[in-house]
Design a protein around this ligand. Structure first.
Ligand SMILES: [Zn+2]
Length: 235
């Protein structure tokens, strides 16, 4: 991982940092929005980006080109709200593709589905520390096995704020902190929606994993989903 390069130093070049034309260098911020699927992360991100845009800031949204569930050139929330965006495989290519002059004019950058970008840490460092911009990052903190997903948690030490959102447990309606995968597919990056994933509370995550495991062992994968639907009556 490339180390974080700050534009500030204790040498004579430090004088640049306090000149008015360079003062924007001191205004960079990193904000991180995490949570399980269906927690409203993209909605929260869009709200911040639209609010910045409405107050006259230059904004842009970036999402991973791996996620083509809704549209390649828009960020779309689960409830249908849309915003134009750049779909990229890596964040490092953004500046060059967006154009140097346009990049310099940017105030706020939103990154959706941030777990799919492995160069997230360096990008956040460069955007906030070196270029003095605000970056708002939204993504899954954990995968379906509750392991750290991609580089999202790596940027927490860089962040001004971290917001963990929750969803509603699909089985009992309580607050959901985790994403349960309803199938036996074991690939970490399985991009899908409510047909494969559901938000669950701690109790139903643990119970759900048990059901999936026993279905796999005893009955085969086809019965997993119907068994999960029967979960409330099993407890
Ligand atoms: Zn529950």
């Amino acid at each position: 991982m490339e180390s974080c390069r700050s534009s500030l130093s204790l040498t004579s070049s430090n004088a640049d940092a306090i000149r008015p034309e360079s003062s924007h260098r001191l205004t960079g911020e990193v904000h991180v929005i995490i949570g399980p699927m269906f927690a409203g992360k993209t909605t929260a991100l869009l709200r911040r980006i639209k609010s910045a845009s409405n107050s006259g800031k230059n904004v842009v949204m970036i999402k991973s080109s791996k996620d083509t569930r809704y549209a390649v050139d828009s960020v779309v929330t689960h409830d249908g709200a849309k915003f134009p965006c750049w779909a990229l495989p890596h964040l490092s290519s953004f500046r060059q593709k967006f154009g140097e002059d346009a990049y310099n004019e940017l105030d706020v950058i939103g990154v959706d589905e941030a777990q799919f970008f492995d160069d997230l840490y360096d990008f956040c460092c460069n955007v906030a520390d070196r270029d003095g911009k605000i970056i708002v990052v939204a993504g899954l903190d954990g995968d379906y096995l509750r392991r750290s997903f991609g580089s999202v948690l790596d940027v927490v030490p860089l962040a001004d704020t971290v917001t963990k959102l929750t969803a509603r447990c699909e089985l009992c309606g309580k607050r959901a902190f985790f994403t349960l995968r309803k199938t036996e597919e074991t690939k970490t990056e399985l991009i899908a929606g409510a047909d494969v994933y559901m938000p669950v509370c701690r109790h139903h995550y643990a119970t759900g994993q048990e059901v999936i495991q026993s279905s796999k062992n005893v009955m085969g994968s086809r019965t997993i989903t119907s068994n999960l639907e029967a979960l409330p009556s099993l407890i």
